[in-house]
Design a protein around this ligand. Structure first.
Ligand SMILES: *Cc1c(COP(=O)(O)O)cnc(C)c1O
Length: 364
């Protein structure tokens, strides 16, 4: 293979970045906008970087239509640190929070929050194997909860909410790691939306946190500054040296998304791509079995099984030889997972579906 040939990368994260974005980053790598330095070499306090940061922030704000009373922060520590920061800041002694759990990440978020305080499970699909997301009608929250937390797309199981969860006035915190920017959402319905960038926004090492002003005001005194949303917001995400490269890449990805027509256009393309794959599963006479129930099928992470684990391994091995990588399911659940985020091309989905059909015929 030519050293510059790119393959179809189905990895769940870090995941594909749009090729035009990589090209542009390459063009600007040695000298950002003609300043004679790369974005990794300039001071984060310089006017050059201020422009980079503002550009990334404006990109997210425009694409998601983020209202003026929300701050957009670029933090480090991934979504995993948000599992800790959210309860550290908002689950105070005497309070309780409610978690909706539809998969592995929600499970982890709640178990981290329990270190801080009374993090309750308001709803879980654990007993049915995390194959669905509840309808809004199935959910009941206590009006006294400090916040409600949920995972809009469970990356490992491939289970997605098709609506913005409403908690009847209780602040809603959403882990949107693996479907943020894949479709329009109503940011105004949330107190906090957070996402590590490496699934759908850019490279790892930068976490986008969209937080409403009144939540920032609610942060108690005496937190460690690096874990204090108020201090981080006041310092415009630059309490310490931020991930300058990551933030720059977020800005470029946002530019690309705007060129594609924004999130309404992405939603349509993403749904088309997912439909091709789910149709292949559904028309395989049971050879391929989807993990998620139909109504909760993720548009981003398509999870399915083959008749046995040996075949699943062979499937991944043969796919790799055909230029398709990253198809093995998460180590905790096995099976196959095709992650098809914004940057994943439709041609790659068609390539996979063709292979699936041939594989089923040969090994059926
Ligand atoms: C990947 C992922 C995480 C963990 O993200 P890190 O940035 O690695 O901490 C959390 N939640 C969801 C839904 C994810 O997909």
């Amino acid at each position: 293979m030519d050293i510059n040939t790119r393959i179809y990368n189905f990895s769940a994260g870090p995941a594909m970045i749009p090729e035009p974005v990589l090209e542009r980053a390459r063009e600007e790598l040695l000298s950002l906008g003609g300043i004679g330095m790369s974005v990794m070499e300039i001071s984060h306090r310089s006017s050059h970087f201020e422009r980079v940061l503002n550009h990334a922030e404006q990109g997210i704000r425009d694409l998601l239509d983020v209202p003026g009373n929300y701050r957009i922060l670029f933090l480090q520590g991934g979504a995993t640190l948000q599992f800790e920061m959210v309860p550290m800041n908002f689950l105070r002694p005497g309070q309780f929070a409610e978690y909706v759990i539809t998969g592995a990440w929600g499970t982890k978020a709640q178990s981290e929050a329990k270190r801080c305080g009374d993090a309750r499970v308001a709803f879980t699909t654990k007993d049915s194997g995390f194959t669905s997301a509840p309808t809004q009608d199935a959910l009941r929250f206590s009006p006294d909860a400090a916040f409600v937390h949920y995972t809009s797309n469970e990356t490992i199981e491939g289970v997605e909410f098709k609506y913005d969860l409403d908690a009847g006035g209780v602040p809603v915190v959403c882990d949107a790691c693996s479907n943020i920017l894949s479709k329009p959402i109503g940011v105004e319905k949330y107190a906090i939306v957070y996402a590590g960038a490496q699934k759908n926004i850019g490279p790892s090492g930068v976490t986008v946190v969209i937080i409403r002003d009144d939540m920032i005001e609610r942060v108690p005194e005496g937190q460690f500054p690096m874990l204090d949303y108020r201090v981080l917001a006041k310092n415009n995400s630059m309490l310490n040296t931020p991930n300058t490269w990551g933030i720059y890449m977020v800005g470029l990805v946002c530019d690309w998304l705007k060129e594609q027509g924004g999130l309404a256009a992405m939603k349509q393309t993403n749904e088309e791509k997912a439909a091709i794959l789910y149709n292949a599963i559904d028309s395989s006479d049971g050879y391929y079995r989807g993990h998620a129930e139909r109504a909760s099928r993720s548009v981003m992470n398509v999870t399915f099984r083959l008749p046995n684990e040996d075949l699943e391994k062979r499937f991944c091995d043969e796919a790799t030889l055909l230029g398709m990588d990253g198809l093995a399911g998460h180590r905790s659940v096995g099976g196959i997972r095709a992650s098809i985020y914004n940057a994943f091309p439709k041609a790659g989905v068609e390539h996979l579906v063709e292979f699936m059909s041939e594989f089923a015929q040969k090994n059926g």
